[in-house]
Ligand binder design. Sequence first.
Ligand code: SF4
Length: 301
Amino acid sequence: LDPIEKKPFFNYKPGTKVLSFGTPGCNLRCTNCQNSFLSQFIRDSEHPKLSNKLVFPKEIVKAALQSNADGIAYTYSEPTLFFEYFRDIIRACRASEDTGRLFHVMVSNGFFSREALKIIIDEKLIDAINIDLKFMTQKKYASVCGASLEPILENIRSIAAHKDQIFMEITNLIIPGENDRDEDFRQISEFIASVSKDIPLHFSRFFPTYKMTDKEPSKAESLIRAMEIAKDAGLKYVYTGNISFSGKEKSENPENTYCPNCGKLLIKREAYHLSFNAFAGFNDIKGAFCPECKKEVEIVL
Ligand code: SF4
């Protein structure tokens, strides 16, 4: 059971808790995978032995209820790998009065088919999605992840076209020497801005892991530089992740949410927990309003 901020979602249902799970396997093979024990388990193990304990969708639903979760997160590896399974869970939740209130979010690499997205949209399966947009070149996607860039960009555009149905946030892991030049930050920021300046973007700090242990962790200055470039591109909600800044390095804390219009502090975060929430007590509201300037802010409560 995780704070939704940990997924990360900062503008969708802040302060809520999600039951999080994933299954073995992934359609990508990122050399920097933080979950390789799960995602690459079958590829890497000489004698892969999967658990023989079956967990039926209704048991996940029961666990969500027992743990007092507000929603369920399909995460850790790529959720469309277990598409039919999460679809059964969502159907089971919605079939019962007790669990119909639960929301459903995906944390995805964005590399899934148009057909999968069509079903997600047609059946209104997912309420929110965080897509990990790793690079802006085909060459990097192919060499580091074994994936293609264009289907991911297409999915981001398609989801944005259904923004009233699926709330989207994007994460970019900053890897030294791979995607930490100003040009990289500019390309990703301008692409997202061209889709919608309302999409929250999280720049996340890299730590050496799996097959990418020859690099240093991303520098704090890189994350701050990325934020500046994203804000210059017009993005309204830009955050950092996996790093904490003391007030000395940055006047505005990049884990907080400020009104993009008047700058009022709306949500203050400390290590995934909210220490201030201007919307406390408001629930199930799409499109909140800044209490100071009264302009609409892109936050789902
Ligand atoms: S997409 Fe995510 S889970 Fe899959 S290999 Fe890459 S980093 Fe790991």
